[in-house]
Structure formats: structure tokens, C-alpha cells
Ligand binder design. Sequence first.
Ligand code: SF4
Ligand code: SF4
Length: 245
Amino acid sequence: MSRLRLGYQRFTSCCGCQLTLLNCEADLAAFDAAAEVVVFPMASSRPDDGGRLDVVLVEGSVSRPEELSALLQLRRRSEVLAAVGACALTGGVNSLAGTDRAALCEGVYGETAAEKTTFPPQSLSRFVRVDIELAGCPPERGELLRTVGALARGGLPALAEYPVCMECRCRENLCLLLEKGQPCLGAVTRAGCAALCPSFGVPCEGCRGEVAEANRAEQYRLLLEVGLPEGEVAARMKRFTGEEP
Ligand code: SF4
Ligand code: SF4
């Protein structure tokens, strides 16, 4: 197994995805054997040597001009770019504030709002090619580690391409949506979290983003059927996709 030259960079985000990796204490020695950390400002004070990277993990959405130019640079110097977490994949919770940027900046910064050059938070794939998507808010530790391990072995990670409902059924949970009348989004959400929330009786919020070929129309109808008001259904369904249902 060759040792990867790896970067982990963040843009507009809460750092939760980076912490997910740092919280893998028991596996950090194996991680170190698989990857040499070249760029990871949150965890390492080692100066970036500016050389080629085998892989760069990127947390966060893009909402500032300097983030955009850093992203373009990272893309140019990296063989593989992995978007890590909901912010990087869809804009995430950062994009929930809406699109009226001027009003938002004014509300937060008052008179100095005009000096701000930020723009609405956007996914990495709006600007660059993304090779691997690690979904979640934050992503699963196992998925992060398996991805680095797979890349170090010259392969790609096997990521779930089915909905959370599959995992929920494997765990023999009662269906929160159909059997308990709760507003669960598992049917349209990408699996990989082992149905974490429904297994504790909490409806899925869709933090892993949308599964391919999601039946949005039926999900919308079912959420109305369990008694959610129309506005709430729409808000819930766009929370982690950034798109109207
Ligand atoms: S995806 Fe979630 S955990 Fe990761 S940076 Fe965004 S808000 Fe934080
Ligand atoms: S069950 Fe849904 S909200 Fe909970 S971790 Fe999984 S994808 Fe995210």
C-alpha cells in the first residue's frame, strides 16, 4: 500500500466533518500509515509544500472569492478531490438562510455589510469536478476511513447507492413514516449511516442528501398525508438538497 499525499481543507462550514476524522482516535495510526498529511490547517501546523496531492478532502460550501480560488488551486494540484459532508455536496445548512444576500448581510453586519464580498453558499461541484462524494452532516467515520484506505490501495470506495429505508428495514425498525405517521425522509435519502436516526425513533432529516432516482413526488404526498403543512413539507425536503421538491 503506497502512502497518499493528502490534504484536508475547509471552506464555509462548522468544522464538524474535519472533527469526524480527528475523532477516529483508535484508527489514526492506521490512517497515518495510509496517508501523509500535507495540508490540514485545522490539525497540523506543518507548512504546505505546495506540491502535488494524491487526494484532497474538502469540507464546506463555497461562499467567498478566496475560497473559490483556493478550491480551483486544490483541484489543479490533486489527483482525486472528495467533497466531504452536506455543505460541500449541496451547500448544506449554510445555504438555508435564503438567497437575499444583501438583506442577510445587512441583518448580520449592519452598516459594514457593503464591504462583504460573500455570495450564496454553493456546492463544490458548481465550480469543479468532484470525484468522490462523502455524504452526511457530518459524514460517517467508517466511510471516511474506508475511502482513504481504498485510495491508498489504488481503488475507489464502495458507497451506498440505495435509500436509508433499506438500512432501516435491515435493522427491523418499524417504519416511522408508514407505520407511525412521522415525517421521515428515509425513502429519498442516500444510505450509509445505518439508519442512525430512525433506529432511535427520530425521523430522518435527509442529511446525507438525495439518493439517485428519488421519488420526490411520492415523498411529498406522504408528508402531506401525515399532516405536515405544505410549507413545512417543502422546507423539510429542501433542507439538505437545496432544491425545491
Ligand atoms: S456538513 Fe454538517 S458537520 Fe460538515 S461542516 Fe457542514 S454543517 Fe458541519
Ligand atoms: S437517518 Fe437521515 S438524518 Fe439521520 S444520519 Fe442518516 S441520513 Fe442523516
